[in-house]
Design a protein around this ligand. Structure first.
Ligand code: GLC
Length: 491
């Protein structure tokens, strides 16, 4: 092990703290569905803004990027400490012949052909304990299962209709209960995905979107009425929607509800303030994602890594290849190195990564997906101390890369994706660095460069990172500081 050059890292110790990290201005979150035209997004924001006048201050609808005040949020510590979750898209589409729900909605497959895939949805080799073990091995702290996607096929034995795994497929049983039990046994938190919209329900396509463009909307019979609106049918749909959610809440007690498909109706039409109150009454500590037309607890950017992090808690959901559900032809898997990069980019900006896998209809996760998760686990386990329960690090002006801090702010973790030619450069740190090391490895040499004590300049800390210490996926360098982080402010 290379000894730490402690003396070289020692600098002026009696300077004042420089204050909090400046947070960048966050642009409003883009509408999460990539296929929706951008215009629709702005239209939806306008509808939400208009609708806000209908409610008192406490019930003011919010856009996805404009979440409830922190005081209105549940305790989210387990979530913000977790950093990695696994998303599972599993349903009748897991035959692998077409995309989840969108296959019939966008006309790629007739509805009858699509829904007939339920006949081969066997779940014959479904062993949720194996899933839970695999997710845990990957380093995930929670997982989210599609209890019901936009196609309306429920994975639990809902009493509200027959379009479910027990009554409508050879699986013939509740699949959600065993999932929740297996996760809990493994010490993972339980998340359930639920699509508000339901393109199979006869009462769903009964009203137009408030403030929408009727002619454009009428083009799709699964979403909107083709003739006159039927508010009574919409009310029946809402009663069904609530009844299904009540079943989920009372039977499975999820820690997190991951909603989707809010965009086809306004917050007022969904009666979102009422729904939020209802969910919080059934499940007082439940965490709700943002797809509640502005009434969720955290933001959910999708597929694209945000350049600037959304305000408040957030989670990037991302597919392991290019598909949410299992697609036999999709071989475009992300490399473990890419996943580690995205995970650390999120974590270093106080965000989580929700990595999606698509099991097959029989309930097995393909060897390719399993290998990626296990290889990811090599990195997450090695670097666990730098990942879980850590917070955003320092601004990029000080270190050209992501970084994280422990909660006491006296340990700084620098993430390094490349092989440094001349060591890692860390500018403007006034603390003494008492020890530099590689997480999961040995100590590193650290020296000061360009210190100008007479001008109050702490100079640049250069940390040598020999080739042998470099991790193939991302190296994490740990700097133990004397006292809480103290960065030089503006010159
Ligand atoms: C989008 C898609 C949906 C997918 C979801 C995951 O909303 O419509 O198919 O399940 O993203 O975030």
């Amino acid at each position: 092990m290379i000894p730490v050059a402690g003396q070289d890292c020692t600098i002026i110790g009696d300077c004042a703290m420089t204050g909090q990290r400046p947070r960048s201005q966050t642009p409003p979150n883009a509408m999460h569905h990539p296929t929706l035209p951008r215009m629709t997004h702005w239209l939806a924001l306008a509808v939400l803004a208009a609708a806000s006048t209908l409610y008192g201050a406490a019930d003011t609808p919010r856009t996805a990027g404009n979440l409830p005040a922190a005081s209105d949020r549940p305790d989210m510590t387990w979530f913000t400490d977790a950093r990695l979750g696994i998303f599972i898209h599993w349903g009748v589409y897991s035959e692998g012949k077409g995309s989840e729900s969108w296959a019939f909605h966008s006309g790629d497959m007739p509805y009858d052909t699509y829904i007939a895939q339920a006949k081969t949805f066997t779940a014959a080799n479904y062993q949720p304990e194996r899933w839970a073990e695999l997710f845990s091995a990957a380093g995930a702290r929670y997982a989210v299962l599609t209890s019901k996607h936009h196609d309306g096929f429920a994975l639990w034995d809902t009493a509200q209709n027959k379009l479910n795994a027990k009554d409508g497929s050879p699986a013939g049983r509740d699949l959600v209960g065993p999932f929740c039990a297996a996760l809990r046994k493994e010490g993972l938190k339980v998340g359930l995905y639920f699509s508000h919209l339901d393109w199979s329900h006869p009462d769903y396509a009964s009203v137009l979107r408030e403030g929408g463009t009727p002619e454009a909307e009428r083009k799709n019979r699964f979403s909107y009425p083709q003739g006159p609106e039927n508010p009574a049918a919409w009310n029946r749909f809402l009663a069904f929607h609530r009844a299904q959610l009540k079943e989920i809440a009372e039977r499975y007690h999820p820690d997190l509800l991951w909603f989707d498909g809010d965009w086809e109706r306004s917050a007022a039409q969904w009666r979102m303030p009422e729904l939020r109150r209802q969910l919080k009454a059934w499940l007082p500590s439940v965490i709700l994602n943002s797809r509640m037309a502005g009434y969720g607890d955290y933001a959910t950017p999708e597929q694209a890594l945000p350049v600037h992090p959304p305000a408040g808690p957030w989670e990037l959901c991302m597919t392991i290849n290019d598909s949410w559900g299992y697609q036999a032809k999709d071989r475009n898997f992300k490399s473990v190195r890419q996943i580690v990069r995205l995970l650390t980019e999120c974590a270093s900006q106080d965000g989580n990564l929700l990595l999606d896998v698509g099991p097959r209809s029989d309930g097995t996760i393909t060897p390719e997906q399993e290998k990626i998760l296990r290889d990811l686990g090599r990195w997450t386990h090695k670097n666990a101390e730098a990942l879980y329960g850590k917070t955003a690090g320092i601004p990029k002006d000080y270190y050209y890369g992501p970084s994280l801090l422990n909660k006491a702010r006296d340990v700084l973790y620098l993430i390094c994706y490349d092989r440094p030619v001349d060591g890692l450069y860390l500018k403007g740190i006034r603390n003494t660095i008492t020890r530099a090391s590689v997480v999961g490895g040995g100590d590193l040499a650290c020296r000061r460069f360009m210190r100008a004590e007479w001008a109050g300049q702490p100079g640049i800390a250069i940390i040598d990172l020999p080739a042998a210490a470099v991790d193939p996926d991302a190296t994490v360098v740990k700097l133990e500081l004397q006292g809480p982080l103290d960065l030089l402010g503006d010159y």
